[in-house]
Write a protein that binds this ligand. Sequence first.
Ligand SMILES: *Cc1c(COP(=O)(O)O)cnc(C)c1O
Length: 362
Amino acid sequence: MTLPTPQPGVLDIAPYLGGDSRIDGVDRIIKLASNENPLGCSPAAKAALAAAAADLNRYPDGGSADLRAALGRRHGLDPAHIACGSGSDELIGLLCNAYAGPGDEVLYSAHGFLMYAIYAKGAGATPVKAPETDLVADVDNLLAAVTGRTRILFLANPNNPTGTYLPADAVRRLRDGLREDVLLVIDAAYAEYVTANDYSDGADLVRSTENTVMTRTFSKAYGLPALRLGWAYGPAAVIDVLNRLRGPFNVNAAAQAAGVAALEDTRFIDLSRDHNTYWRDWLTRRLRDLGLGVPPSAGNFVLARFDGPDRAEAADAFLRARGLIVRRMAGYGLPESLRVTVGTGEETERLADALAEFMRPE
Ligand SMILES: *Cc1c(COP(=O)(O)O)cnc(C)c1O
């Protein structure tokens, strides 16, 4: 008997593990494991979600027209060049399926977001990593890793889990050094949090080239990961491909309605960014004072580097025993590190205090 067999690559995928939300035997947990917004989401988004409950018997707008119009207004973009997805993850997956297949390579930096490799394998393509320099994507190494088989280069900017980013001129140099037929995907999931003035989310590069796409999400600063909502801004030809490949109703009506309302509530995003900047920088200083290595982060999380994998594991266990959940990083090739999301002020202080206790000499 020959049983059904998946396509090559599929069984090479190690399933993505999200951050834990509970610990057996611990009542009050503080989850700092999934880069969620500790301030919640816009109240206007919640109200829009509740109102959407009145029309559950109707199919959503398959083209997410109102949402794309709202995105266009908010970001100064042509809505015709936007495609929405069920989380930006879906769009990343569709891009892999559309532009890479068996024999092709999908390139990303060594500690880049895990979903790139998962979707590349799902498309039958080969994920390829280029070394980073001091946990920052390295333009020269990325360009040196390009082969005749490279089809897509994913750059998370800022990157998860390192938190580091490439300034706009470096990203342009990367694009300029790539062959024309290589699609550059700039994953700007944390763009709303970035305050550096040499940073660009990549929209300008999308506008001025024919082979660059930017992906964005409502899961991070907008605080709506439960709804699964993301979007891509790209050249007409790439958006056309996404529209052919995506499910006809891939973004549900509740997500569309909440997304429109969230975009209009600019105050919530400003508040989230200001809160994050203050507590991320506070946390970075505290952890460095404890002797931990912490790369400068432009996102809503920091990477805490311990002396080795054993120390990181012990720290994780120590935190868990106190109800604090952070993220182990072995899957990212950083077994000596833990990634810590910036929480509320109280949560962030509790985390720092617990790590201080862990690091205290015997
Ligand atoms: C969280 C995250 C995403 C996407 O999340 P969705 O919830 O699927 O929109 C994409 N890229 C990076 C780097 C992320 O950290």
